[in-house]
Ligand binder design. Structure first.
Ligand code: HEM
Length: 157
């Protein structure tokens, strides 16, 4: 019995850690993207042409590390949350439908974010004109946060 108590306590610690990591990652990546869309990109025209490309490239190189690390943390904490949530949502069709949709949308964002910090020549035109892609990413992220918040608060059983 005592052993079961220890396991439950350890999982409680992991549950809290995973939630904190998941939310902190969302704050950093979604917040950073919103900052770029509303403040950084509209201000780029104040930088003289010759320096603008070097500035954008320096920002991209730094942001890339956070995008790649963040995707890893989202997947790690997200799948942990998911496996912990499955037993609590047996027979809960709405939960699995919304969470499945949320995961698909998250993978679309991961693809777009990777492309925007990547080097593939195919997507150079997207990187040259990032506002539209950023807007799509932000709308999808707001949808994901709304779906996740709804599932958390709604509960089941
Ligand atoms: C753009 C990427 C993502 C964002 C912005 C995001 C955001 C969130 C937020 C805000 C919550 C609510 C946390 C809480 O109130 O405790 C949450 C919960 C959750 N997320 Fe994510 N998430 C993302 C990606 C993922 C991925 C890729 C997975 C799965 C592989 C995942 C699985 C989960 C699960 C299972 C929960 C718990 C839902 C529940 O309450 O039962 N998330 N996410």
């Amino acid at each position: 019995m005592a052993d079961l108590g220890v396991v439950a306590m350890n999982l409680f610690g992991l549950d809290v850690l995973s939630r904190v990591v998941h939310i902190a990652t969302a704050i950093t990546l979604v917040g950073g993207s919103i900052f770029m869309a509303i403040a950084m990109i509209p201000s780029l025209e104040m930088i003289p042409n010759e320096q603008r490309a070097a500035f954008v490239s320096a920002v991209r190189d730094r942001w890339k590390r956070y995008v790649h690390g963040g995707i890893g943390l989202f997947l790690l904490s997200g799948f942990y949350n998911y496996f912990r949530a499955i037993p609590k949502h047996q027979g809960d069709g709405l939960y699995h439908a919304l969470l499945g949709t949320k995961m698909l949308l998250a993978f679309v964002i991961f693809f777009l974010a990777s492309v925007m910090v990547g080097r593939s020549a195919k997507f150079e035109s997207w990187r040259q004109n990032p506002s539209k892609v950023l807007r799509v990413m932000i709308i999808l992220a707001v949808l994901i946060v709304a779906m996740s918040g709804f599932l958390k608060i709604r509960g089941w059983q």
